[in-house]
Design a protein around this ligand. Structure first.
Ligand code: NAD
Length: 349
């Protein structure tokens, strides 16, 4: 948790590309309303660029100037960015920022929302994805003309660190943790992850622990999603399972995420830049708005965070001013900006 101080908090704001600028602008209108409503909350937005559109100008998707801005701010609110896929192209800007600040815990809450179809109305879980190693270590190379290798780096320190973070989170919730792995096949890497979780579990005797293979976890997210509370897993498994879990509660448009380190954090939606909707003011801003709610919690403003959650829920219950993904096809959807403004108006002092 960021130590709350009575001063203006500097937030690096990266609008990103694709639908990023639309969902970030909608979120800023909500954050402006929250600052009017909550005494003592003062945010200074420091705008910075990242994403595919930066490459022609800066030769990189994360310009040096942006890195400097990140280093002199308290946290980052980041819209989605498009990542080039050609071999040799820059790494994802999101992954670079996670690495730069060692944001090792990717926290992805999955919670049923009012009036949004969900597989089960009682779904309320958090997926904690190890964010600094695993299949996203970036160690990948050709071993010959027709073969290639990616290294899945798992360390004892990285695994114990994410396990401890997750057990601490479980202690604040239902004291139930599920760890997800594929130890029957990846006996050494997942074996080390399992061993680390079980070692840390000894420090948390009050937390009940379930062990599940990743394929069974994917099935049970559909079959009985309400049975999970805190789920911890390695990088790639967590990325895939959290997209699946987002779909259970209404889709990628409503699922936020936080990337937490020991002294910095970045908040973003789970979803990507959906390039086909660029400039259409069409995307659902809720995931990004709820990411800003996670930011306010981390900054130590739970009251302000609650106001955002309540405003989102009120607008969903009202059932008007909703984007295309939340309404039947025969209803004219709201634009992203309209939904953002409607949520902002719902923020009460
Ligand atoms: P995506 O999440 O961008 O989009 C998949 C589909 O989900 C979209 O086509 C759209 O139908 C739907 N969707 C996503 N967000 C939505 C929203 N807010 N409202 C309504 N519908 C929404 O995934 P993708 O197509 O695999 O990736 C596109 C780009 O985004 C890629 O370049 C990828 O690398 C990047 N990406 C970035 C991040 C990040 O910045 N952290 C995360 C994931 C993907």
């Amino acid at each position: 948790m960021f130590p709350q101080k009575s001063r203006t908090i500097k937030v690096a704001v990266i609008k990103g590309d694709g639908i990023g600028p639309d969902v970030v602008n909608a979120t800023l209108s909500v954050l402006d309303a929250v600052q009017d409503a909550v005494k003592g909350l003062k945010l200074e937005y420091v705008f910075a660029e990242a994403g595919l559109h930066c490459i022609p100008t800066y030769g990189t998707n994360l310009p040096e100037e942006t890195k400097q801005i990140l280093m002199r701010t308290d946290c980052c609110l980041k819209g989605p960015v498009t990542t080039p896929e050609e071999p040799g192209s820059p790494r994802s800007a999101a992954v670079q920022i996670r690495t730069m600040f060692d944001l090792y815990a990717n926290v992805r809450p999955i919670k049923a929302l009012p009036a949004v179809p969900s597989l089960n109305p009682n779904v309320d879980m958090i997926i904690v994805r190890e964010n600094s190693e695993g299949m996203y270590s970036g160690i990948e190379f050709m071993t010959g003309k027709d073969s290639a290798v990616a290294i899945r780096l798992i360390t004892r320190s990285g695994s114990e660190r994410i396990a401890r973070f997750s057990f601490n989170l479980a202690m604040k919730r239902k004291k139930h943790l599920t760890y997800v792995h594929k130890g029957n096949i990846l006996k050494i890497t997942c074996g080390l992850f399992k061993e680390s979780v079980l070692k840390v579990s000894k420090d948390f005797p009050e937390v009940s622990v379930d062990d599940i293979h990743v394929d069974a976890a994917a099935m049970n997210l559909i079959k009985r999603p309400e049975s999970f509370d805190v789920m911890v897993t390695t990088n790639l498994f967590g990325d895939i399972l959290s997209d699946e879990a987002a779909q259970i509660v209404g889709g990628l448009g409503v699922a936020p995420g936080a990337n937490i380190g020991d002294s910095y954090a970045m908040f973003e939606p789970i979803h990507g830049s959906a390039p086909k909707y660029t400039g259409m003011d069409k995307a659902n801003p809720i995931a990004m708005i709820l990411a800003s709610k996670l930011m306010l919690e981390w900054l130590g403003f739970p009251e302000a965070a609650k106001k955002i959650e309540e405003a989102v829920n009120a607008v969903l219950r009202e059932g008007k001013n909703l984007t295309y993904d939340l309404v039947p096809q025969d209803i004219i959807p709201a634009k992203c900006s309209e939904m953002g403004k409607r949520i902002a108006r719902e923020i009460k002092p």
